[in-house]
Design a protein around this ligand. Structure first.
Ligand SMILES: Cc1ncc(COP(=O)(O)O)c(C=O)c1O
Length: 388
């Protein structure tokens, strides 16, 4: 354990050029102060103002998505994206157990059921071979939908989560989704700046979402965005996130119980300054990744997690896999690293083990179980790439 701690801590210090290092802190190198001041001066700090539209336009340009709808956070974005697909109460949604709790929360907020599937040991996203075998075994086609033979419920959609910026083989997933009549909602919360065969994360399914929480590649303070190429879905979402208010210069008429999820202008102002610097930030992050790759090249039991085939990852959080690490060894190691002010984290506790999700359906989760104890994320703040 001591030698493992030594190896990892020395590597982090060499990469970051620091004796203490944050996991992922934002970096403000553009017009943040200027836009924020201007926004405050305008008094439009809430859900109307020029920056919202500008931010959406900039994200559309960068991602190539036809529509981009800015909202209050990534979880709300996912909830709205799922809503827009036509999800019904008690539909089952296939989702990896190895993801942030927000992914499954969004499903529950729609009145639907998370159905947990296994992850791939290399890409960290859904294991597509296991998914196909599993669907063959448990699904039943009836009309234009599939149903779970065991529960009788409709299986309506799949949420590929691009973990730490790594995108799975979306072409293969699309084939499976077509065969089993599943909608695809991409959880690209962590993946701004990641591409699969030239296509940006979140633009390959029916809808996708990105988070702009302060720990992501760029931030709006709190925020998220929904990406879609469907004008119909975009229109539906814009209505849902603005309290279903019918357009009128001064009357308050609403035709649905809906949400107030629009991104405030003041957050969008910050976002505009941030997205203008995305290529520089990604360049800084690339430098860090290259250094970590070098550091861990020759260790037999410590494997640096590289981007999967076809994916150009943003390497949001650089990650290592320590072979055969047990939970107690992992926790000892993480304690030591954090006590030394090196912010390293385990991957999320698998969602099917959390008390509120225990009762929901799941496939065999052998890969996820192994990844849960073996994965460790490393300090990846872009500022370390700036200085080195
Ligand atoms: C995979 C994943 N999904 C969803 C979310 C939710 O985003 P937010 O924190 O903006 O609600 C996050 C962000 O932390 C995430 O990492």
């Amino acid at each position: 354990m001591n030698s493992l701690f030594k190896k990892i801590s020395i590597a982090i210090k060499r990469v970051t050029n620091k004796n203490s290092a944050t996991l992922h802190a934002p970096i403000f190198i553009g017009k943040e102060n200027f836009y924020l001041k201007e926004c405050i001066k305008s008094t439009f700090v809430s859900t109307s103002g020029k920056y919202i539209n500008q931010f959406e336009k900039k994200i559309k340009k960068f991602t190539g998505s036809k529509h981009a709808i800015a909202v209050v956070n990534g979880t709300a974005a996912l909830q709205m994206a799922l809503r827009a697909t036509g999800i019904k109460t008690n539909d089952e949604i296939l989702v990896p157990s190895l993801t942030f709790v927000g992914t499954a929360n969004a499903i529950k907020h729609c009145g639907a059921i998370p159905h947990f599937v296994d992850s791939d040991k290399e890409s960290l996203g859904i294991c597509l071979n296991n998914l196909e075998t599993y669907l063959k075994k448990i699904s039943l086609k009836r009309g234009s939908h599939i149903f779970n033979k065991n529960t009788g419920r409709r299986i309506f959609a799949v949420i590929p989560v691009h973990v730490y910026g790594h995108i799975i083989d979306m072409n293969k997933l699309k084939k499976i989704a077509k065969k089993y009549k599943l909608k695809i909602v991409e959880d690209a919360a962590e993946s701004l700046g990641s591409f699969f065969l030239g296509k940006h994360a979140g633009t390959m399914g029916n809808l996708g979402i990105i988070s702009f929480n302060a720990n992501k590649v760029i931030t709006t303070g709190g925020g998220g965005i929904i990406l879609t190429n469907s004008s119909l879905l975009a229109k539906r979402i814009r209505h849902l996130i603005s309290t279903a208010k019918l357009s009128h210069p001064w009357k308050f008429i609403h035709n649905k119980v809906a949400w107030n999820y629009r991104m405030p202008n003041i957050n969008a102002a910050l976002g505009c300054a941030q997205i203008e610097k995305i290529n520089t930030i990604l360049k800084y992050k690339k430098k860090i990744t290259k250094k970590y790759q070098k550091e861990f090249k020759f260790y037999e039991n410590v494997i640096f997690v590289n981007q999967p085939k076809g994916c150009k990852s943003n390497y949001w959080l650089n990650t290592i896999k320590v072979k055969n690490l047990t939970f107690s060894q992992r926790d000892k190691l993480l304690n030591k690293l954090n006590e030394s002010y090196l912010e390293c984290r385990p991957v999320w506790k698998l969602l099917h083990k959390l008390s509120m999700f225990k009762k929901y359906p799941k496939s065999k989760l052998n890969n996820s179980e192994k990844l849960e104890s073996e994965l460790i994320t490393l300090p990846s703040s872009p500022v370390y790439g700036k200085k080195n």
